[in-house]
Design a protein around this ligand. Structure first.
Ligand SMILES: [Zn+2]
Length: 230
C-alpha cells in the first residue's frame, strides 16, 4: 500500500512545506528532518512562562502555552503562512495532533471545558474563505476531549484593515472589539482561547477583557507560535 502511495507521489508530488523535498507516505506536511528541526518552545511551567508574562498586570491568565518559536523565514513562519494564506488546513490538523500529544504527555489542559478561537475579521474571512483556526481548534478539541465553540465570542467591528490604521490605532487596537453572544455557557468554566501567533498579545487581551465579564470563568491561552516584539 505504501509502495503505491509513494509511487503516486511521483506524479502528484507531496512536498515538505519547509525544504520542498518529496515526502514519503509516512510523512505529512514536513519531512522527518525538518520535523526534527522545528523550533519547539520548551515550556516547563504552564502557569508562569513567556506567554503568561505577556499578560502580567493586564489579564488574569490561568495557564499559557505556545508551541513554536516564530521568526522571519523560519520553518514555523512557513507553516503558519501556508496555513493562513494557501488553504493548507492540513497544517492545522498536523499541529493540533502534535500539540495534543504534548499536552497529554504533561497532563496539561485536559480539564478544559471549551476551546474558543480568536474571531477573524469578517472581511478577512470573506477574502480567505476560511478561518485558519477552525480545523486546528476542532482537532485539538477532539484530542483533549472538550468542545470547540466558534460562535460564542464574536468581533463587533473591523472598519479598517490593519495597514490603513494609524500607528496609534494599531498599537492600541482601538477598532477591535469583541462581544460574547452567550455568557451562561461559560459561567464556572475553564476556557482555552486559541490563536495562531502571539506577539504583543493585544488581540488576545481584548478577548480576555470580554471573557472576564463572565462569572467565575478560568481563562487559558494557547497559540501555535510565539514571536518576540521587534
Ligand atoms: Zn523538509
Amino acid at each position: 500500500m505504501h509502495f503505491f502511495k509513494d509511487l503516486l507521489s511521483i506524479f502528484y508530488p507531496n512536498l515538505c512545506i519547509n525544504c520542498d523535498k518529496h515526502l514519503f507516505s509516512s510523512e505529512t506536511v514536513l519531512c522527518n528532518s525538518c520535523k526534527n528541526d522545528l523550533p519547539i518552545i520548551d515550556i516547563l511551567d504552564f502557569h508562569s512562562n513567556v506567554i503568561t508574562s505577556i499578560f502580567y498586570g493586564k489579564s488574569i491568565i490561568y495557564k499559557g502555552y505556545s508551541f513554536l518559536f516564530y521568526r522571519k523565514k523560519n520553518s514555523a513562519q512557513k507553516l503558519i503562512h501556508k496555513l493562513k494564506y494557501e488553504n493548507r488546513e492540513d497544517i492545522g490538523v498536523f499541529l493540533a495532533n502534535w500539540i495534543g500529544h504534548e499536552l497529554h504527555k504533561r497532563d496539561e489542559f485536559l480539564n478544559v471545558d471549551y476551546i474558543l478561537p480568536v474571531p477573524l475579521h469578517k472581511e478577512k474571512m470573506k477574502q480567505r474563505g476560511y478561518n485558519q483556526l477552525t480545523v486546528f481548534g476542532e482537532t485539538l478539541a477532539r484530542k483533549i476531549t472538550c468542545e470547540y465553540l466558534p460562535n460564542v465570542l464574536i468581533r463587533t467591528s473591523s472598519s479598517k484593515t490593519q495597514t490603513l490604521k494609524s500607528r496609534f490605532e494599531r498599537f492600541n487596537n482601538i477598532h477591535t472589539k469583541f462581544k460574547l453572544t452567550n455568557t451562561n455557557y461559560l459561567t464556572n468554566k475553564h476556557v482555552l482561547l486559541i490563536d495562531d501567533v502571539i506577539t504583543s498579545g493585544a488581540t488576545l487581551e481584548a478577548c480576555c477583557n470580554e471573557l472576564q465579564k463572565v462569572k467565575n470563568i478560568k481563562i487559558s491561552i494557547l497559540t501555535m507560535a510565539y514571536t518576540q516584539k521587534t
